[in-house]
Design a protein around this ligand. Structure first.
Ligand code: GDP
Length: 298
């Protein structure tokens, strides 16, 4: 991801190199080229506009006109503004005052929720936590089994519906899982919910009902970065339908142009918390805006 954008920006900056002073014209031309590069990378228009306005304003200011190396200073500004648009700081999990900390995942089918659930519990378990995975996707026939396989791989227990355990009722399963976690000293509960292929009122309602029943400490919207511009629309639909505290971006290892990753924070006002970069449980980390910006400008 970001290869094209990265190449484009490198060539924009190379034309600035060696210039002792930047004219108004240099700055305008650079801003135009950055704007095009971002649009080509599928970054949403309002995000591009805000970004360019900020870069231009700063490039015209003293920090550039007084710099010994103005080109370097412009790159520094672009880097800082990229970090900003990606959310600034790394967003850590907010822990519940009293365990367990409940994290609910919501997103479309195929967005990578189940895989992500496995990655999160493995990551938590590696840090000496005692997470519980909860199967609340009762829509897709294989979802529960898939989660059980993921749980086994991560060596983490899975709470799944059984007779007397809310069969067929994801809200009841979620409710009971939190109780189960309390009794079994699981300090985290990760709830996988049902997704559909497209945004769907019934799915939203189910996720909202689970939310109301367990009042999660964190609701994560899981989105496939490969779906490009659609990611932004889906993000907005989930914001309206369920609401969420943070975003998990999946499939960042793909060859999409990266626009979704760059747009989502600005459009939703929600930070990106996790980055998923492959099918293996280890292909996962907290999302670091500064590292992502460096990768783009590498
Ligand atoms: P769910 O329907 O939202 O639960 O999605 P799944 O977790 O079943 O993932 C859908 C597909 O995407 C599966 O084939 C996963 O192996 C794959 N997948 C999930 N996360 C990633 C990722 O970060 N990178 C890549 N390349 N594939 C992923």
């Amino acid at each position: 991801m970001f290869e094209t954008l990265s190449d484009r920006l490198t060539s924009v900056f190379s034309s600035l190199r060696g210039k002792g002073r930047l004219s108004e014209e240099d700055i305008d031309k650079t801003a135009r080229e950055i704007r095009l590069a971002l649009l080509e990378a599928d970054v949403a228009l309002p995000v591009v506009r805000a970004f360019i306005a900020k870069v231009k304003e700063r490039a015209r200011g003293e920090e550039v006109s007084k710099a010994l190396n103005p080109a370097q200073q412009v790159i520094k500004i672009v880097n800082e503004e990229l970090v900003e648009i990606l959310g600034g700081e790394t967003r850590e999990i907010r822990h519940a005052k009293n365990a367990p900390t409940v994290i609910m995942l919501a997103g479309l089918q195929g967005s990578g929720k189940t895989t992500l659930a496995g990655k999160i519990v493995k990551w938590l378990a590696d840090q000496r936590n005692t997470p519980l995975l909860v199967a609340c996707d009762l829509q897709r026939p294989n979802a529960v089994t898939q989660l059980q396989v993921v749980g086994q791989r991560a060596s983490v227990p899975v709470f799944a519906p059984q007779p007397g355990n809310g069969v067929g009722d994801p809200v009841e399963v979620a409710r009971q899982s939190v109780e189960h976690a309390r009794l079994n000293n699981n300090n985290f509960v990760i709830i996988d919910t049902a997704g559909r292929l497209g945004v769907d009122a019934e799915m939203m309602q189910q996720a909202a009902d689970i939310r109301d029943a367990v009042q999660p400490d964190e609701i994560l919207f899981v989105v496939d970065a490969m779906i490009g511009q659609d990611a932004v629309n889906t993000a907005q639909a989930f914001l309206d339908g369920v609401g969420y505290d943070a975003v998990a971006l999946t499939k960042l290892d793909g060859d999409a142009r990266g626009g979704a990753a760059l747009s989502i924070r600005h459009i939703t006002g929600r930070p990106i918390m996790f980055a998923s970069t492959g099918e293996k449980l280890e292909d996962f980390d907290l999302f670091h805006p500064d590292r992502m910006a460096s990768r783009i400008l590498d």
